[in-house]
Design a protein around this ligand. Structure first.
Ligand code: PLP
Length: 455
């Protein structure tokens, strides 16, 4: 006789799960967040950690107390990276449609690693990817996947460039490349040939040729990494010149457009990106300047089958996912370092469907207009010098007599008073001010409020 197994009551799942009015609380929070334009605040560990002390118990706190812990300890102590007062690093500004679709993505756990498991989600993501491909001027047949962010996108794409290059390991990269490129090269066992940029911060084909000649190692060149919108200064490199030099050396051209790729939505900025269509791989983060929620980078390859050679995972338990013809049944997990994945492209796709591309272009243009306003205001402020005329939406500026400590105090003061989150940077060895505008709701009043603190 079989022994009777003890079944205990499981209370976690199903419509009868004991979660009280949690759905109402969550809806309220999301709606409040959509209406909120405040910055939020940060907090010292010594003040925050005691609020979480003992929160994980054997018996559970129940919804009421668990939510209270979340509402008092967690939610208020985050800066609104997605709000109009966040002017540091690279902010974001997800559209309401993206936020709600992201909630659906979280709730459904669609397993979008494979066509077999989530054909609908993968097809929709691929439609959005194809729109980005077309914007970039990459040929029909180019494709890839959405991954979690620009860092993983850069790593994934450079890994493919490395594998295609046989034994070559040298990567030409400007001194303006994003930090994730340096980390990627270390993880991939590759070596950087760092090419210094001049006063305009732009990596050009001639500088690449000169650096290769001077190094005497041109035959080792495997990959060239270009920026289509550098993080620090928002500069688009000479993509045409870099493509020509890279391909003359049979090297892979990777273009990091994580931030700047959004400006392709604007006819009047498109000329900056001339040559992008020649890239072997390209990334753009809809979670930066394309109004999507966090966790969304598009990585595109000119020849996606090369990416599948690098990234497809093999194991007896997953062979069933791999159809005979990948162009027929597309598996996003073949195109980046990832297996299980949420369809992070769906919020972007849905925003495109709801609003159309013109609305996105207008929102991108709004940030460009705000940037021009900020430049005018800074230029008319005594003691301030704008270092570079922005190509996109990053403004770099000096203030006479301000050193690193003074800039840091400025940043801290604005954060403490919840005016804005701003962060200085270094440019050609000097600490200077930096403001980045991405959010269409960053008003001229907010700009004035910030610039007034520099007078
Ligand atoms: C040009 C560029 N590339 C890559 C990244 C990294 O992207 P993520 O933060 O999504 O990993 C950033 C982030 O700001 C960036 O500006």
């Amino acid at each position: 006789m079989l022994e009777q197994l003890p079944f205990t009551a499981v209370t976690l799942h199903g419509p009868t799960a004991d979660i009280g009015d949690l759905s109402e609380r969550v809806l309220r929070l999301i709606n409040d967040r959509l209406a909120n334009t405040e910055l939020g605040r940060t907090i010292a560990p010594s003040a925050l950690l005691p609020m979480l002390d003992g929160a994980i118990t054997t018996g559970g706190l129940g919804v009421e107390r668990a939510w209270e812990t979340f509402e008092t300890a967690v939610a208020p102590h985050t800066l609104a990276l997605d709000g109009p007062r966040y002017l540091a690093f690279i902010p974001m500004s997800p559209a309401a449609a993206a936020i709600w679709m992201d909630a659906v993505v979280g709730a459904t756990s669609f397993s979008a690693e494979s066509w077999m498991e989530a054909a609908g989600a993968v097809a929709a993501e691929n439609q959005a990817l194809d729109y980005l491909r077309e914007l970039a001027g990459m040929p029909t047949g180019a494709g890839g996947a959405f991954c979690s962010g620009g860092s993983i996108g850069n790593l994934s794409a450079i890994a493919v460039g490395r594998d295609v290059a046989g034994g070559r390991r040298l990567v030409a990269v400007a001194d303006t490349a994003h930090a994730s490129v340096d980390n990627s090269l270390r993880l991939l066992g590759m070596e950087a040939l760092v090419v210094p940029t001049g006063g305009d911060g732009r990596f050009a084909g001639e500088a690449l040729s000169a650096a290769l000649d001077a190094s005497g190692r041109a035959t080792e060149l495997a990959v060239v990494v270009a920026s289509a919108g550098s993080t620090n200064a928002g500069i688009v490199d000479d993509l045409r010149g870099l493509a020509d030099v890279a391909h003359a050396h049979h090297a892979w051209l990777h273009v990091d457009g994580a931030y700047g790729g959004a400006a392709l939505l604007l006819d009047e900025r498109r000329a900056l990106f001339d040559g992008l269509g020649e890239a072997d791989s390209y990334i753009v983060d809809p979670h930066k300047w394309m109004f999507c929620t966090a966790g969304t980078c598009a990585v595109l390859y000119r020849q996606p089958h090369l990416a599948a050679l690098t990234h497809r995972q093999h194991g007896p338990y997953i062979e069933v996912l791999h159809g005979a013809d990948p162009s027929d049944e597309w598996n996003p997990s073949d195109y980046a370092f990832q297996l299980t994945r949420r369809p992070s492209g769906l919020p972007f796709w849905f925003t495109l469907l709801v609003h159309g591309t013109d609305a996105l272009a207008e929102a991108v243009r709004a940030a460009i207009t705000t940037t021009s306003y900020a430049v005018q205001q800074l230029e008319s402020t005594p003691g301030i010098e704008v270092v570079l005329q922005p190509q996109l939406t990053v403004v770099l500026f000096r203030k006479a007599g301000w050193n690193q400590a003074r800039w840091q105090a400025w940043s801290r003061d604005l954060l403490d008073r919840e005016v804005a989150f701003v962060a200085p940077t270094r440019w050609k060895g000097q600490t200077i001010g930096r403001l980045v505008f991405l959010h269409p709701l960053t008003t001229t009043d907010i700009v004035d409020e910030v610039i007034a603190t520099l007078r």
